[in-house]
Ligand binder design. Structure first.
Ligand SMILES: [Fe+2]
Length: 238
């Protein structure tokens, strides 16, 4: 893993400075429990971060490494979160999965199937890893008191789909300072499966650079025999 320094819209590394794609509070208005009047930055995305010497490896395996920073705080009573999206199908009825690592702070990863029959909430702290399963959309919430800095490895072959999340005004549940709140735009609300991080080695960047073929499942999810949440989140609670 490389070192970097984050400040606002910039991420500085030894080999250069990355400029953020910024999501503003107004960009999130369609998915918030209580869209506010005030404006400001909600969170920062730094896409396709990698050491120059690793570039070829990432491209050869069609994988991208991104860093996202969500400041702490609330919008209304809802903890600041990402917009949320689904991934398209990779093949054989499975959408592209993704893997996240918490570099600093506290995250609550929300996973929801398109028909909202299944809802998983993964609590993860510094060094923890969580896999966004095929056929689940995902939202990340900063539940801590400092910036949540997280990294992801994902296929570079697709664009995320935001429409379904926007239409339903977010996922079936909002996470607030008063706990879980039902999204009234859903007729029914799935049971929340609360779990801990996935049993993967930490530092996904170094792991990818050392063993890129291990991550073949990011582009070919059918290579994994069992994607059940029970298997992927074996280490429940921590
Ligand atoms: Fe994603």
């Amino acid at each position: 893993m490389f070192t970097f320094h984050w400040s606002g819209k910039q991420l500085k590394t030894k080999w250069g400075t990355y400029e953020a794609s910024v999501r503003r509070i107004s960009d999130l208005k369609d998915v918030l429990l209580d869209p506010p009047e005030e404006e400001g930055d909600a969170y920062y995305m730094f896409r396709d971060v990698c050491r120059p010497e690793d570039r070829e490896k990432f491209e050869a395996h069609a994988v991208r490494y991104d860093i996202t920073v969500i400041p702490p705080g609330t919008i209304g009573k809802e903890y600041i979160k990402t917009f949320g999206h689904y991934h398209p199908e990779a093949g054989y009825g499975l959408s592209y999965p993704e893997i996240y690592e918490v570099l600093d702070g506290e995250a609550l990863f929300l996973l929801q199937t398109r028909d909202a029959s299944d809802f998983i909430a993964v609590r993860a702290g510094k060094g923890d890893v969580a896999v966004m399963l095929p056929n689940y959309g995902h939202v990340t919430v900063n539940t801590g008191t400092k910036p949540l800095i997280m990294a992801n490895l994902v296929s570079s072959k697709f664009s995320s789909e935001y429409g379904a999340v926007r239409e339903k005004h977010g996922f079936a549940w909002y996470y607030t300072t008063e706990g879980w709140v039902k999204n009234p735009h859903y007729d029914t609300h799935p049971e929340i499966l609360e779990t801990g991080p996935s049993p993967f080695p930490p530092d996904i960047y170094s792991f990818f650079v050392e063993r890129p073929r291990f991550f073949e499942w990011l582009n070919r999810p059918w290579k994994v025999a069992d994607w059940s949440p029970e298997r992927m989140f074996l280490r429940t609670q921590h």
